[in-house]
Design a binder for this molecule. Structure first.
Ligand SMILES: [Zn+2]
Length: 356
């Protein structure tokens, strides 16, 4: 398998599985087919086959120590945790395919990072407001093999059961953000939750005809993304509330338009007392590749040119406001600030605190 295509191969297997399921099963069983397809793909160890099983994402042994997968903090009066779902990695040439490879390698090398694989964390946010126990995004579930999909296990280890969650708010409908919603049998893993997603995001993926004409991904990968989003959003439609950009999704959590990565992606501004936190969704992923080079078009963006515009707009706003951010794919816990750096930007992670 070529290194460049493990992600598309994964989604391709998913697409093929879904196609077979659709011929054999009623539409209602689509969700089960999806998650089983994801499971089959994930357990085939694509990350290992692709050669990206670096020391960074080595399989744990029973005797190896494990670092914390939860970071406790507060937003005003609200208890909050960043909970890790695990990690993903992919080739830089797949991530920013139009950028000059030498410039990409130089940017990564400057940060002492691998030039072979962009290493991305998957961070989700748990929040206890005065009324709700909230999860923003659900991790990968079974979508990406053994290095990810650990969100609910890590949440349970921190004392929060999946059944405790009453509110799930989704930034966008990519598999590393909604893959944790259904289990391998197509059952809800968060059985007591009401789901919230933007009207624009839901309308896009659930339309009769869905196309991604501006995406830099190959057709097979696009088909996998579309099939996955349709299956999962379709399965939770009767317990989903749609919101518009600017709406207060639930008290203290406001949706902010960050479309570009997907047609209806939302960021969420969480406010309690004098404090606030912006949960960004996928607007930037890597400080060398997206903050220092914000104009490099990202393959995972549905509309890469709009992705650049959305990234520039958000970065301008959050640096002006000196806003604390939670960024899903930045190194755990993904909490930090963006600062200006010449005509681009840089990342300042928070300092780890032991007492809340
Ligand atoms: Zn993502």
């Amino acid at each position: 398998m070529s290194k460049q295509h493990w992600y598309s191969a994964l989604l391709g297997r998913l697409t093929n599985y879904l196609a077979r399921s659709l011929r054999r099963w009623p539409l209602l069983l689509l969700a089960a087919g999806l998650t089983l397809g994801l499971l089959l793909s994930g357990q085939s160890g694509l990350l290992q086959e692709s050669g990206f099983a670096s020391a960074q994402d080595a399989e744990p042994s029973e005797t190896s120590p494990t670092n914390a997968a939860v970071y406790h903090f507060k937003v005003g009066d609200f208890k909050a945790m960043v909970v890790s779902d695990g990690t993903l990695s992919f080739p830089p040439s797949y991530f920013v395919p139009k950028a000059d490879p030498d410039a990409v390698a130089a940017a990564l090398t400057e940060h002492f990072l691998s030039t072979e694989a962009v290493f991305a964390h998957v961070n989700a946010l748990y929040l206890e407001t005065d009324e709700h126990k909230v999860l923003i995004d659900t991790g990968s579930g079974n979508a990406f093999g053994p290095t990810a999909g650990h969100l609910l296990t890590n949440l349970a280890a921190a004392g929060i059961a999946a059944t405790d969650i009453d509110t799930v708010i989704v930034t966008h409908a990519h598999p590393d953000h909604i893959g944790g919603i259904l289990d391998a049998e197509g059952q809800l893993r968060l059985p007591n939750a009401q789901f919230y997603i933007s009207q624009a995001e839901s309308d896009f993926w659930l339309a009769d005809t869905v196309e991604l004409p501006k995406s830099l991904l190959d057709e097979e990968t696009k088909a996998g993304l579309i099939a996955g989003a349709k299956a999962i959003l379709g399965a939770i439609q009767d317990r989903t509330t749609l919101f518009a950009m600017g709406d207060e999704v639930i008290p203290h959590i406001q949706a902010i338009d960050s479309a570009g990565h997907t047609a209806g992606q939302a960021a969420f501004l969480i406010t309690s007392g004098d404090e606030s936190l912006l949960s960004t969704g996928d607007v930037f992923f890597s400080d060398p590749l997206n903050l220092e080079n914000p104009d490099w078009e990202v393959a995972f963006d549905s509309d890469p040119e709009q992705g650049v515009i959305a990234r520039r707009e958000l970065l301008e706003t959050v640096t002006t406001e000196r806003r604390l951010l939670l960024v899903p794919h930045m190194p755990f816990p993904g909490l930090g600030h963006v600062r200006t750096q010449g005509d681009a930007y840089g990342w300042e992670p928070i300092v780890w605190r032991f007492n809340i």
